[in-house]
Ligand binder design. Structure first.
Ligand SMILES: Nc1nc2c(ncn2[C@@H]2O[C@H](COP(=O)(O)OP(=O)(O)OP(=O)(O)O)[C@@H](O)[C@H]2O)c(=O)[nH]1
Ligand SMILES: [Mg+2]
Length: 204
């Protein structure tokens, strides 16, 4: 990758869907953000775009409802970013919790344009059983994926690198560090997103 990191020139909200069928045809390569409730998916999306309130963020789990689609200009590419509701939050009603599994699953199964799935974990908590299941599901669908450990700023500087190395060792995957507070890790991630979008364009 060149030393100049791609920048996001434009980012706008497209729509929020309850159902995959409501989404527009997959015109652009899609980058999907998934992970447990409250890990910081929407914050990461906002930080990547350099926007404070593009996607809804809350300190209470369950901030993101439905499938939220954004249109993003990254370098010379146009992409869709998809912000998904979190999974694994035990205190939601049974009915709602049940609804999320199939919604996320059908999104991942049906969207032809998925270029990359970003699986977000809290650097202090690591890769949970549900995350592992999601990663395996993504592999089975041949969706390229990356693990991003966020909230890096919550750890003292000296503990960050060792924590990421430990996470990588335990999950057997490459783990990228990130902080929505400081923007740390953003350049690497934007470059990765752009690479995924370009390789997707070549396939189609
Ligand atoms: N210090 C710090 N706080 C963060 C970071 N990322 C997210 N947060 C905080 O974590 C909380 C949850 O963030 P969200 O971005 O709403 O999390 P989410 O994963 O989208 O949550 P759901 O949509 O409910 O699944 C908020 O209070 C954020 O301000 C980070 O990198 N550093
Ligand atoms: Mg969210």
């Amino acid at each position: 990758m060149s030393s100049t990191s791609p920048v996001i020139k434009e980012a706008s909200f497209v729509m929020s869907a309850r159902n995959v069928d409501e989404l527009p045809a997959p015109t652009f390569a899609e980058v999907v953000f998934a992970g447990k409730s409250n890990v910081g998916k929407s914050s990461l999306l906002n930080a990547l775009c350099g926007r404070r309130a593009l996607a809804r963020v809350s300190s209470t789990p369950g901030a993101t409802r439905g499938i939220n689609l954004f249109r993003v200009e990254l370098g010379d590419a146009v992409l869709h970013f998809t912000d998904l509701p979190g999974y694994g939050y035990a205190q939601r009603s049974k009915q709602e919790r049940k609804a999320w599994g199939p919604m996320i699953e059908s999104y991942l199964r049906q969207r032809a344009g998925i270029a990359l799935a970003v699986v977000i974990v809290d650097v202090r908590r690591g890769v949970a059983e549900e995350d592992e299941q999601l990663l395996e599901f993504l592999d089975s669908l041949s969706h390229p994926n990356v693990v991003v450990a966020t909230k890096l700023d919550k750890l003292p500087k000296a503990q960050r690198k060792p924590a990421l190395v430990e996470l990588a060792k335990r999950s057997g995957r490459t783990v990228n560090g990130f902080s929505a507070e400081s923007g740390e890790g953003g350049d690497t991630l934007r470059a990765r997103l752009l690479r995924a979008a370009i390789s997707r364009e070549k396939v189609e």
